[in-house]
Design a protein around this ligand. Structure first.
Ligand SMILES: [Mn+2]
Length: 326
């Protein structure tokens, strides 16, 4: 049932939320700060209006965002209105939410790739975060924004903009964040929680991958690898090994960063990042993958040393090195 959505405005979305009740607010698998912030920000605002609202996700709410939803308790009611936030397509609903796929009344999203699965779609591909849209909807509708709602919405903008460092950070994102700061939110504490501290397990994972990092091609290509064996040896949860791709990029002079993770025996998922000029999407396409110019991925089969060789044989020429294999 994709492609059926009617595009609506901020004012339409506000009107719709105000005239409906008994909301299930759905967000995507592996919820990030924007998913959590937009889901709970909207939920708390609707509850403050005396409406019934719950946040649903097929994955558990991550503990690191518990400062947003600490005192949240699901309410008991029969849902009448299904809203999605930050949710680009129905494959991201996950097992538990799949059942709502064809019944979404309104989607609020900032992914240009949104598959228009909902009856109504508020989409702004220029918005840094879905939270930016939720804020505008609440404001437009004169709906209640308290300190907790403001903290939720600020969190989504901060996370999706990489603490206002990524290219997608807009003047508008800064202006909305500034308005949210006006609600007295503990922004320094929030940013420390989001960007500075990590679990001890995560710290150990990073220590491991840094110890085992390798560089190639005059130190312009850095590679980290995580095998199933490694995960087993460390005794750390699989999820602690997610999102490592930025680590090789932290080294000065590195132009291509490669993160290799064993998904099945002899099957490796590869994430590639580029600092500036190298098009990693083209490199990954040669191995059957794809993505964006500066962030792409592919799957490569073989044992770890074979995988590294296969990768270097396509990375080297793309970076202007002679094909040193053959
Ligand atoms: Mn988002």
């Amino acid at each position: 049932m994709n492609g059926k959505a009617q595009n609506i405005s901020i004012a339409d979305a506000a009107g719709f939320l105000k005239t409906n009740d008994n909301f299930y607010i759905l967000t995507h698998l592996s919820p990030d700060g924007d998913a959590m912030g937009s889901g709970f920000g909207l939920c708390f605002a609707l509850r403050a209006m005396g409406k019934k609202a719950n946040v649903l996700c097929s994955d558990p709410f991550p503990k690191r965002y518990s400062f947003l939803y600490g005192d949240y308790v699901p309410m008991k009611f029969t849902p009448q209105t299904i809203v999605t936030v930050d949710l680009a397509d129905t494959t991201l609903f996950g097992r538990e939410l799949q059942v709502y796929g064809d019944y979404v009344d309104i989607a609020i999203d900032h992914h240009i790739s949104n598959t228009k699965y909902a009856a109504r779609l508020l989409l702004d591909g220029n918005a840094t975060a879905a939270c930016e849209l939720i804020y505008q909807v609440l404001k437009e509708g004169n709906m209640p924004i308290d300190k907790q709602v403001a903290a939720c919405l600020y969190t989504g903008i901060a996370t999706d903009s990489g603490c206002f460092k990524f290219e997608n950070t807009t003047p508008k994102a800064h202006m909305i964040a500034a308005e949210l700061m006006g609600y007295g939110i503990p922004f320094a504490k929030i940013n420390r929680q989001l960007f500075d501290i990590k679990s001890k397990a995560r710290f150990m994972v990073e220590q491991y991958v840094i110890n085992n990092l390798e560089t190639y091609l005059d130190d312009k290509c850095a590679m980290i690898a995580v095998t199933a064996e490694t995960v087993k040896e460390t005794g750390l949860a699989q999820e602690e090994f997610e999102g490592l791709a930025s680590i090789p990029m932290q080294i000065e002079g590195v132009e291509v960063g490669v993160t290799i993770k064993e998904k099945e025996p002899n099957k490796f998922k590869v994430s590639m990042r580029s600092a500036e000029s190298v098009n990693v999407s083209d490199i990954c396409a040669k191995l059957g993958g794809g993505g964006h110019m500066r962030a792409a991925g592919c799957t490569v089969e073989g044992d770890l040393s074979q995988v590294k060789l296969k990768l270097l044989s396509v990375i080297a020429p793309a970076m202007g090195f002679d094909l040193w294999l053959s």
